[in-house]
Design a protein around this ligand. Sequence first.
Ligand code: SF4
Length: 235
Amino acid sequence: MRAVDAEELPRVTGSMLRRADEMCRRRLAKELHGARRHANRAGDARFAVANRVTADARLAHAAGGAPRAEAFVPPSDLAPEQQHLYRAAVRGYLAAFGDRPVRTAELGFSEPLPELGVQLVGDAGLAVEAPDGTKELRLLGLGGRRGGTLDAVDVNLALVRTRAWAPEGVRLVAVDLLDQRATVVEPELPGDRERALAWLAARVERLRAHAAHGGARAGSDCAWCPFVAGCEKHP
Ligand code: SF4
């Protein structure tokens, strides 16, 4: 039997799990089966700054210790307004976490789940461990409706992605770096994690069913849709 290549598994993101019921079935099917890797990624531009701050914070804590402001250098490949936002976000990160020595843990950008026949794709957040062994997953936001908040999908995904690294316990902290709004969740394990895994299995099944339907449905998903070419709704 041929071993399954993780890269060949359908790609499931947090956004797809959250929005599967309302999404255009055609777009969902194409994203699930990886067509987005080859499509126009202009729609991802708005996440560029948050992703960059998370990546730089990950590096800033790599050797352990509190983060130093010099570790954050505005990336020259970002547009001027994005660089301005980057500097504001770094100030927010240092205000929220600047006095806390921690060491980065690496969770990886994706995780194959062969038992469900998919791979979970996306930055799981900034995983850090304090000197006393306390483990924390930081989810950094930059404004918007969901910045600094954690909903059930966020918590379930965090519990799935941290299960090997933090089997005994993990603190979940969401912070909006622009206004310092924050939410902290301390899951009860193992029960909350078992429920998260059951939720994920059921959600992936539902997502597959919607993707199998595959019909185009014009609506808000059409904004930034990378699959508009060839779509019957936009001849
Ligand atoms: S353009 Fe709209 S209707 Fe067509 S696939 Fe994309 S989201 Fe669906």
